[in-house]
Write a protein that binds this ligand. Structure first.
Ligand SMILES: Cc1cc2nc3c(=O)[nH]c(=O)nc-3n(C[C@H](O)[C@H](O)[C@H](O)COP(=O)(O)O)c2cc1C
Length: 363
């Protein structure tokens, strides 16, 4: 082969060795991936501005001057401001009553702790804007918007030498963000964990690549092996954005119950439903999902109200160890995650397999 296919324009623009991007909430995973030659973006939607500043400091102490990213979400359809009590009072009656009925029938006690989502998160527009201020102050090399068009951030970010990436699930969203001038676009297929659309990775990546010109396209959704990495590059991507593959890594801080569920799950054990947040989301199936699929269930409430209903049950499930109600965002690639490996090993295995695949093809 004349050129290393894994050395893409994204590697040049970030100064990284491998075009593998880890999305993770766990700082230890991020540090391990970056120090192994990849790139990591830490999910900070659930953190206060002070916590975000502390996490950035922690990471910088471990990776030195290597670049990293922070992910926030900017959903357009949630209220501008509002106290948690105001929002809870606005949960539509049919969904509130159905959730009460689920709790009664399954004898789910109230949570011991305040549900995480009641304290922070993206239930109003005010929170992400405050989180954004820290990210700009810290001149984080990459700000990724996991939800919502980041066009309004571009000027301030570029003035600070930062890149802004947008994650999309539809070609028309990609066009809007590319026209606005994002520095990279993450084209995510329905296979992915978390909030995602209904277009498959194989369909969306080449479509977005065809419209992106010189802007790097990063493929997301189901990328868990080196063969997926090689396929993403072949589809026109300059890198891969991955979430599920890190969940059961040694460093990952998700609970052991969730790690075991991840290791045991196959692609058929994930659900694409709005029952968790009000937006379509791919997560591990649980009793909560089953209930909202039953014929007498109302449709899920719009975001952020469904997230408030689920957030309370999620907290109860954690506080009382109610395994059947425990779930986590997970993509269809979960079936390839069968071993608990150190994050750096996951990077190296992916790279090695991708190189072997390219050699196999080119002879
Ligand atoms: C546990 C978990 C939590 C996630 N939370 C967020 C989030 O807060 N913000 C976000 O933009 N994406 C989130 N995602 C989605 C990832 O950013 C990524 O788009 C997705 O995992 C890619 O698909 P894959 O899981 O098939 O690799 C999450 C993914 C996982 C696995």
């Amino acid at each position: 082969m004349r050129k290393n296919p894994l050395h893409t324009k994204l590697c040049d623009s970030l100064g990284i060795e491998y075009p593998i991007i880890a999305f993770t909430h766990c700082k230890d995973v991020a540090a391990a991936v970056i120090n192994a030659g990849g790139f990591a973006v830490i999910g900070q939607t659930q953190h206060t501005p002070d916590e975000i500043a502390a996490d950035i400091k922690w990471l910088r102490e471990r990776i030195g001057s290597k670049p990293f990213g922070v992910d926030l979400v900017f959903p357009a359809s949630v209220p501008e401001v509002g106290s948690i009590d105001d929002l809870l009072a606005k949960i539509p009656k049919p969904q509130r009553e159905f959730a009460e009925d689920i709790k009664r029938r399954h004898q789910i006690p109230p949570p011991k702790k305040t549900p995480e989502i009641f304290q922070l998160g993206w239930v109003t527009l005010e929170t992400p804007r405050k989180q954004l201020e820290v990210v700009l102050d810290e001149k984080v090399p990459v700000l990724a918007s996991g939800l919502g068009n980041p066009a309004f951030i571009l000027e301030a970010a570029h003035a600070r030498g930062m890149q802004v990436w947008g994650l999309v699930g539809k070609p028309r969203q990609a066009k809007r963000e590319l026209d606005a001038g994002v520095d990279a676009i993450i084209a995510q297929g329905t296979d992915a964990a978390g909030h995602t659309g209904n277009i498959g990775t194989f369909s969306i990546v080449p479509q977005v690549a065809a419209m992106a010109g010189d802007t790097p396209v990063i493929a997301a959704g189901g990328v868990t092996t080196g063969r997926h990495l090689a396929a993403a590059i072949t589809l026109g991507a300059a890198g891969v954005w991955t979430g599920t593959v890190w969940l059961a890594s040694r460093e990952s801080d998700v609970s052991m119950t969730i790690k075991e569920k991840i290791l045991a799950a196959t692609a058929e054990d994930t659900s694409f439903s709005a029952c968790v947040s009000g937006f379509t989301m791919r997560t591990l199936k649980s009793q909560w999902h089953k209930e909202w699929e039953s014929p007498n269930a109302p449709p899920p409430a719009p975001a952020p109200y469904q997230l408030l209903l689920f957030g309370e049950v999620k907290q109860s499930a954690m506080d009382w160890n109610l395994e059947s109600f425990m779930t986590e965002a997970a993509g269809q690639g979960v079936g390839f995650v069968t071993e608990m490996k150190p994050a750096r090993q996951i990077v190296f295995d992916m790279v090695e397999e991708a190189i072997a695949v390219f050699e196999e093809i080119t002879g």
